[in-house]
Design a protein around this ligand. Structure first.
Ligand SMILES: NC(=O)C1=CN([C@@H]2O[C@H](COP(=O)(O)OP(=O)(O)OC[C@H]3O[C@@H](n4cnc5c(N)ncnc54)[C@H](OP(=O)(O)O)[C@@H]3O)[C@@H](O)[C@H]2O)[C@@H](O)CC1
Ligand SMILES: [K+]
Length: 516
């Protein structure tokens, strides 16, 4: 998996390399600018002219390198620059001085006058954006949205916070780019919240800093491959070992239990159960209230059924230690009976709590967190809320997220610490965080965009995939990350028209195509 970093971590990598004498800032800027030029030439081989918008810092410095390199290729290049050249950081100042052409002021009027350009390059702000753009530069950013020419962002669409993926000014203040070219390693803001929609396709230019990247802490966020990058990442070898079943007895691949709701509320559990079986749990059983047993049994074949009378019945079933993972919540009903079942479920096995198992603790989430803590074994429980359920369980984190004070990543990390559980917050940007500090992001954007996955029951399937993988795994975070990837991949493989029942049926094809 690829790491994704904050702006501060990126600065740390860059300055460690420079301080060690391995590279100069000027050389990095040249590599960065050359990387953007190469990406532009690949993407728009017919283009001949560009308007480069250069900011007052090193992002602007990259812009001056790009202007020079394109002019050397006989492109017609126009530069609009912001700020006083003397006040620029040294490498940027040197590159501005090396630019032989004119630098017109970066104003909305000058941008709108540049109608005859093939490409517009946004090199106004990158990782150094510290506050909301205002005044003339804000006006320029808004006007960029109306540009007819393709828009290429250097490191980031200007105005986007690369830690939170949100505009630092108000909505509409970050241009929607066709291509974003970032450096060395993608930033968190490229993948969460508004980031992917603003970035367009994302390309990463290697600056040769992998040695210093390797010194990032263990709590660095991972990107769940395959990522929406250009060119597309080839293969997904890291996933293979986890998807491959153990040769041997069916019990060697675990036994997943999915708890069903009552009569006419049983479909969600069956969807989850089928997903768990398809992803390779050795056995899957649906625990059903007696009143819904016939309804479940009539629609299940390879999946077994067990009569389960409430929390006491569940405890009895779980005396069989061969149940290695449990999924509980889809269509289970909200209330004390579900709370009691959750308490009964927590124990020496992986437990996926979804939907009603989460909402049932809305009045007092601490009751759930105390029950999880009482199990004593870390990383045994995963909570898989959508945005609404997350707000019910973690109102403080959710309020800070809504206010833009913290990123989705940090909100989920805090939720993992607060709950003592792995937390997976669903969305087109899915974030997973564990109490041990690990975090992962999956962005279903660009080539991996699957709007048709927003369909009834898709969440139940995800819960089942996690339970099925966890049943034969020893790492719940990893199982959740791989299930998230597979969920999107199955939706991509089916395409538009998808309904939740189709997702488990696509799993064999996806696994086969991966070479599992
Ligand atoms: N990391 C790497 O390996 C490499 C990084 N490289 C490049 O460097 C970029 C980072 O450069 P950077 O640190 O100079 O920051 P950058 O984004 O240019 O902005 C800072 C300037 O903007 C200003 N400013 C900020 N907010 C503002 C606002 N709202 N409104 C107005 N002004 C505002 C701020 O002013 P100040 O806050 O100082 O008053 C300062 O002048 C990075 O994104 C990448 O492109 C490559 O060259 C080489 C390899
Ligand atoms: K930029």
């Amino acid at each position: 998996m690829t790491e994704v970093v904050t702006a501060a971590q990126m600065r740390g990598i860059e300055s460690a390399a420079i301080e060690a004498g391995a590279v100069t800032g000027a050389a990095l800027m040249e590599r960065a600018g050359a990387g953007v030029v190469a990406a532009i030439l690949r993407q728009w081989p017919e283009a001949q002219s560009a308007t480069i918008l250069c900011g007052p810092g090193n992002n602007g410095g990259d812009g001056y390198v790009i202007a020079r390199l394109l002019a050397e290729r006989w492109w017609d290049v126009r530069v609009l620059g912001m700020g006083d050249a003397e006040a620029m950081p040294p490498d940027a100042r040197a590159n501005r001085a090396a630019w032989q052409g004119e630098v017109a002021p970066l104003t909305r009027a000058n941008l709108e006058a540049a109608t005859d350009t093939d490409i517009v390059v946004d090199a106004i702000f990158g990782t150094g954006l510290t506050r909301a753009p205002a005044g003339e530069v804000l006006s320029v950013l808004k006007a960029l949205g109306d540009c007819a020419a393709p828009l290429v962002a250097v490191d980031a669409p200007s105005g986007l916070c690369l830690d939170r993926g949100i505009p630092l000014a108000r909505e509409g203040s970050v241009p929607k780019c066709d291509l974003t070219v970032t450096f060395e390693v993608p930033k968190i803001g490229h993948f969460i919240a508004d980031g992917p929609a603003c970035c367009g396709a994302l390309e990463v230019v290697d600056l040769g800093l992998s040695h210093w990247r390797g010194k990032l802490g263990a709590d660095t966020t991972r990107l769940i491959d395959a990522v929406p990058m250009v060119p597309p990442t080839e293969g997904t070898p890291h996933i293979l070992p986890n998807f491959r079943k153990k040769t041997g007895h069916k019990y060697d691949n675990g036994h997943a239990l999915v708890v069903s709701g009552g009569p006419s509320k049983t479909g969600a559990a069956r969807l989850a159960a089928r997903a768990a079986l398809r992803i390779g749990a050795g056995l899957v059983t649906v625990a059903s209230p007696p009143t819904a047993l016939a309804e479940n049994a009539m629609q299940l074949t390879a999946i077994m059924t067990r009569r389960c009378g409430g929390a006491a019945g569940l405890s009895e079933i779980l005396e069989d230690a061969r149940f290695t993972a449990l999924c509980l919540g889809p269509s289970l009903g909200v209330g004390e009976q579900t709370r009691a079942m959750v308490r009964a479920a927590l124990g020496p096995r992986f437990v996926v709590l979804d939907a009603d198992a989460l909402t049932s603790f809305e009045e007092d989430p601490s009751e759930l967190f105390e029950a999880i803590a009482a199990v004593g074994e870390p990383e045994r429980v995963i909570l898989t809320p959508h945005g609404g359920e997350f707000g019910r369980l973690f109102p403080d984190e959710n309020a800070a997220l809504d206010a833009g004070d913290i990123s989705k990543l940090d909100a989920v990390r805090e939720a993992a610490q607060r709950s003592g559980a792995v937390v997976l917050l669903k969305g087109a940007d899915t974030v997973i965080a564990s109490p041990d500090g690990r975090s992962s992001i999956h962005a279903a954007h660009c080539a991996r965009s699957v709007p048709w996955l927003a369909t009834a029951g898709a969440g139940d399937v995800l819960a089942g995939l996690i339970a099925g993988l966890a049943a034969r795994s020893d790492d719940l975070h990893r199982a959740a990350a791989d299930a998230t990837w597979l969920h999107v991949e199955a939706a991509r493989a089916f395409g538009p028209g998808l309904i939740a029942e189709d997702l488990p049926e696509m799993v064999p094809r996806v696994l086969r195509d991966m070479g599992v």
